[in-house]
Design a protein around this ligand. Sequence first.
Ligand code: ADE
Length: 255
Amino acid sequence: MEDLVVGLIAVRIHILTIFPQMFAGPFDESIVKRARQAGLVDIRIHDIRQYTHDRHHTVDDYPYGGGPGMVMKPEALFEAVEAVRSGPDTPVILLTPRGRTFVQREAERLATFSEVVLICGHYEGVDERVRQYLVTDELSIGDYVLTGGELPAMVVVDAVVRLLPGAMGHGAEAVSDDSHTSGLLQYPQYTRPAEYRGWRVPDVLLSGHHGEVERWRRQESLRLTLLRRPDLLERASLSPEDRRFLDSLRSQEEK
Ligand code: ADE
């Protein structure tokens, strides 16, 4: 029975942390909970202190050369990674504000592995030998500094799990319409009632014309992306019609 369940697991995610309690909650609700129950993902939380050998379970020490704060020691991190991963090809990712910015493309890449190790960094940093000889990637979830890599690890897990086939109840379609998946921000969504406090849902959405709805959504995505994230347009794949629409928006702006 055990083997049967393991056979279904699409991805195993190991999280190495000094605060394992922080993970109670976020993985026990909603889509991540269902994905775990369905055997799509196996999330294993490991306490780094369990891989220390001294009486005080020391995970940090003063930086060589002086300076403020503490540095995470290498020994327990190396031993923990070597104990939990199944082989040398498993990506080992350190969450740190120094990393590459985590983007949708990276979530898509991580969702293709059968095993991933996430290390939650802490203190003023991690001994450089961990970065050099243990870690394969360093990721940041944005240009701000958090107290540690735990919340970033939760963000990464959440973004990856919802991409696993079968994780989203209503099928893969919702994922392909996400903001960022297409390289554009998502179009506005409406639900019933058709009129609320005098504010009406755009007629085109009630029209039943599938083609018209698609055109409207595409144009609203383009409009919003141009307004809020014009940087995304440089990398998005755009049709000649998309480009004509953007040109018309830009020329309206100039007027
Ligand atoms: N640790 C602290 N801040 C972080 C961030 N922005 N991203 C990833 N890890 C972090």
